[in-house]
Design a protein around this ligand. Structure first.
Ligand code: NAG
Length: 506
């Protein structure tokens, strides 16, 4: 897990400039993901579109409330029932993870000072019924002021009940579908940190994670040695690999165990659940020559995977580094393949700017058809199909080592941002890049590294030039590792943000 851990540390510390040692938590105090507004009967969510309660969870709150009401003296129940109900229901609030951060976690939300004073005066005797932690806190408090001090949230802006007014700045959640610039509009709330939970079961050099979209919540994790493992939704690893070509690719025979050798990436066919087609990048020694492939395997039976192999692409790299890095299926159903410059220091053969070479390119192919003698089809709208100086597979060029690319699935409400291809490009010795890869774009290598000139003969004469959306120098990191635009709803303050990492050996 060492690689994972390093990546995680850099996601937190460098890239988003988050604070590494702050205590993070999920936004929902009950640990549930945010859900689109359920029709709650007991608790009300007001005008908010999202909250932390399903109807099922709400019924546990109602039970708790009824139990308490039955236990406490009648006059107290009469005076405090509405306070109690509202406070218990506050766990349905989309920011409840912050509010319930008080010393009596989950029994009561942390209260704003004025509200707490009022509550204490009116409902003091209720407190000891609320749970062990509440009772202890109450008994150890000298007076109302002391109690209310203990009940404070770490960040006062999340105290109950005023936290409710904060909801308007929830990123990606405004009910009016605000169309601001995604990269900058999202107001950040509270301490910006994310907790990572380690999955159980070792993975040796985990390379890529994809969900098996069959409703089981299972994840496929690629290991460089040539394995795809299954992790169950509960975080445990299945002992038997899902896919195993370790012996077939014989990674242990390589004299050099660099990450360019082995199984760095895979993708599932958009119709995988029906056809079981899996696409894998791997490297293998063939007659003593290191060969990189993109192959299709069919995962529908117990047949050894290599017996079902269809080789789509086979490349003999000019040098040992920066080879087939990543692949995924776009929204358009085509397979995007990202290939580095193949090489040694500074791309001496200028392959990334050579339109006929597959090195230093983003390629786009159709795995479901065939063009001529090729094992795949050329999408008719590929940018260079009518340009004799370019290979028809080329989608974009001028890449050095695009170590992870992904497509944005778009804002869950407005769809904004959908289909943007984010691709990082590992730099030579100065700058790391993040690009949005557009059809026909030239991302500059080896004319430029980041925004700076690398080869002065060509750096100001490149056609179709596209600039990075972000570049950072080697004071900040050494080799950028691409990620994904976050579109989940468990961590609202990451909504719409691109998460990436940086990796280097110390
Ligand atoms: C995790 O889930 C899998 C599949 O459902 C199950 O076989 C396994 O026993 C579970 N493990 C734990 C520790 O809950």
């Amino acid at each position: 897990m060492a690689l994972f851990r390093l990546l995680i540390i850099f996601v937190i510390s460098i890239v988003l400039e988050l604070y590494m040692f702050c205590e993070g938590h999920e936004m929902c105090a009950n640990g549930l993901p945010l859900v689109k507004k359920a029709s709650l009967k007991f608790c009300s969510l007001g005008n908010q579109d999202y909250g932390c309660c399903t109807e099922e969870y709400e019924s546990t709150i109602k039970e708790k409330f009824d139990d308490l009401m039955a236990k406490i003296p009648e006059n107290l129940a009469e005076a405090c029932s509405s306070n109690l109900k509202e406070m218990l229901c506050h766990i349905c609030h989309p920011l409840s993870g912050h509010s319930f951060e008080s010393v009596v976690k989950l029994e009561l939300p942390g209260m704003c000072p004025n509200y707490c004073q009022e509550f204490f005066q009116k409902c003091e005797t209720l407190i000891q019924y609320l749970g062990k932690k509440s009772k202890k806190t109450y008994l150890l408090s000298k007076n109302s002021k002391d109690f209310c001090k203990k009940m404070e949230t770490k960040d006062i802006s999340y105290c109950y009940p005023d936290v409710k007014s904060n909801i308007d700045v929830m990123p990606g959640m405004s009910s009016n579908g605000n169309e601001n610039n995604m990269a900058t509009s999202h107001v950040s709330l509270g301490p910006e940190c994310v907790c990572f939970k380690q999955m159980q079961g070792e993975s040796i050099l985990p390379m890529k994670i994809q969900e098996l979209k069959d409703g089981s919540g299972r994840l496929l994790v690629a290991e460089l040695a040539g394995i795809l493992s299954i992790f169950h939704a509960n975080g445990t690893k299945e002992k038997k690999p899902y896919f195993d070509i370790v012996d077939y690719i014989n990674r242990k025979d390589y004299e050099d165990q660099h990450t360019s050798f082995g199984l760095p990436s895979f993708a599932l066919h958009p119709n995988f659940n029906a056809n079981g087609k899996l696409y894998v990048i791997y490297a293998k020694l063939i007659h003593g020559k290191l060969t990189h492939r993109v192959s299709e395997f069919i995962m529908t039976s117990d047949v050894q995977p290599e017996k079902t192999e269809r080789i789509l692409l086979e490349l003999e790299p000019p040098y040992k580094w920066h080879n087939l890095d990543d692949l995924f299926f776009g929204d358009d159903g085509y397979l995007y393949i990202f290939n580095g410059d193949g090489g040694i220091q500074g791309d001496p053969d200028k392959l990334a700017q050579n339109g006929k070479s597959f090195f230093g390119k983003a390629l786009r192919i159709d795995v479901d058809t065939r063009s001529g003698s090729k094992e795949y089809g050329i999408p008719p709208d590929n940018p260079f199909v009518n340009d004799d100086s370019m290979a028809p597979e080329v989608f974009a060029y001028g890449l050095r080592n695009p170590w992870r690319c992904s497509e944005d699935s778009g804002d869950i409400i407005t769809g904004k941002g959908k289909s943007r291809i984010f691709c990082v490009d590992v730099g030579f010795n100065k700058y790391e890049e993040i690009n949005i890869v557009k059809k026909g774009g030239n991302y500059g290598w080896n004319g430029k590294e980041g925004f700076s000139c690398f080869d002065s003969k060509i750096c100001n004469k490149m056609e179709h030039e596209e600039f990075p959306i972000f570049a950072y120098n080697h004071m900040k990191g050494k080799s950028v590792i691409g990620g994904e635009v976050y579109r989940g709803n468990c961590i609202p303050h990451l909504q719409g943000k691109y998460l990436f990492a940086d990796y280097y050996f110390k």
